[in-house]
Design a protein around this ligand. Structure first.
Ligand code: SF4
Length: 106
């Protein structure tokens, strides 16, 4: 075998390992420990969007089971098991989250 072939195999093996590691890490970010959905990544938000999120006192897990983002009229649902969105609070929204702008879904 030529050294070029060995180099190519080494490259492909390492690329596959890196890809698997990245996929695993992205699942951990989205799911958190124990499989609980985590929707706290605000890295892509603009300062004013982050300020609204903060001033709304958004939390990723509501302390009141009768007031969840999923039961709020402003919630924008996503696929099952994924973070949704909100008409007011930008960024990923946990269906089990809550903020002070909560309005019961009709
Ligand atoms: S307004 Fe608040 S409670 Fe309603 S979906 Fe948005 S973040 Fe959740």
């Amino acid at each position: 075998m030529s050294s070029n072939l060995l180099d190519r195999r080494t490259f492909l093996t390492r690329a596959a390992l890196l890809g698997g590691t990245a996929a695993g890490l992205s699942l951990l970010v989205g799911c958190g420990k124990g499989g609980a959905l985590v929707c706290t990544d605000t890295a892509s938000l603009k300062p004013d969007e982050l300020a609204t999120r903060t001033s709304s006192n958004y939390v990723d897990a509501s302390t009141d089971p009768t007031k969840l983002c999923s039961s709020c009229t402003l919630y924008l649902p996503a696929a099952e098991g994924a973070c949704g969105g909100c008409s007011v609070v930008k960024g990923p929204i946990n269906p089990n989250g809550y903020c002070i702008s909560w309005v019961k879904k009709a």
